[in-house]
Design a protein around this ligand. Structure first.
Ligand code: SF4
Length: 211
């Protein structure tokens, strides 16, 4: 079972395969690994002890970043995510902690969650995808329906108050036109975040893993 895996110079954490979205572009639709990682499908979700043991199997002198991002939405397991992040902050204070998320943790938890990331996470990267709520609904197909897009924006705005860096992402051309990128940048800026335009790679358009 792959709990942690390496992507470039970072160690990624794979907490769950659950996700409230069914994005049309999700890498889970046609692959079970990324960048040569072992399969990211989990036969069961790892416990916090297993996550910590897996984190401790890496030589953290070689890696500057720990990223919560796997084949699923990491905030589906917010308690475990935050406990693991707290462990990393205590044991490896020089390692940057990032969460790649669809930004729907408030809806998943049924309550505001941004404040809980304070002091444990250095960066939250949120998949904005588009400036158009109707397009978001059609492409990301969230279980929460129309409530998802405004909830994602609200989470981003609140996260910017508690976390040093909030990034919102879109995929570059040809998926997102330059004009649309600028509208997305205006949204991110208004919320206190910065926009990151991810390079389009055919077959790797998943919202989170190749950040
Ligand atoms: S791309 Fe991300 S948010 Fe969309 S279905 Fe896949 S894991 Fe969920």
């Amino acid at each position: 079972m792959t709990i942690t895996y390496q992507v470039k110079d970072s160690v990624y954490v794979n907490l769950t395969n659950r996700c409230p979205c069914a994005c049309t572009f999700c890498l889970r639709n046609n692959a079970d690994s990324v960048y040569g990682s072992p399969s990211l499908w989990l036969e069961r979700e790892p416990t916090i002890d297993e996550v910590v043991a897996s984190l401790e199997s890496w030589d953290w002198k070689r890696f500057g970043e720990c990223v919560f991002c796997g084949y699923g939405e990491p905030t589906e397991r917010l308690d475990v995510l935050l406990a693991a992040a707290a462990h990393m902050k205590a044991a490896h204070p020089n390692v940057r902690i990032r969460v790649n998320t669809n930004g729907l943790s408030d809806l998943i938890a049924g309550e505001p969650t941004a404040r809980r990331f304070a002091g444990k996470v250095d960066c939250i990267s949120i998949s904005l995808n588009t400036d158009d709520p109707a397009e978001y609904l059609a492409v990301c197909r969230p279980h929460f329906g129309e409530a998802a897009y405004p909830a994602m924006l609200r989470f981003a705005e609140e996260a910017a108050r508690y976390v040093p860096e909030v990034v919102m992402t879109v995929v570059g051309e040809p998926v997102t036109s330059v004009e649309k990128q600028e509208r997305c940048r205006a949204i991110a800026t208004r919320l206190g975040a910065r926009l990151r335009v991810r390079r389009y790679e055919p077959g790797i358009v998943t919202a989170k893993i190749d950040e």
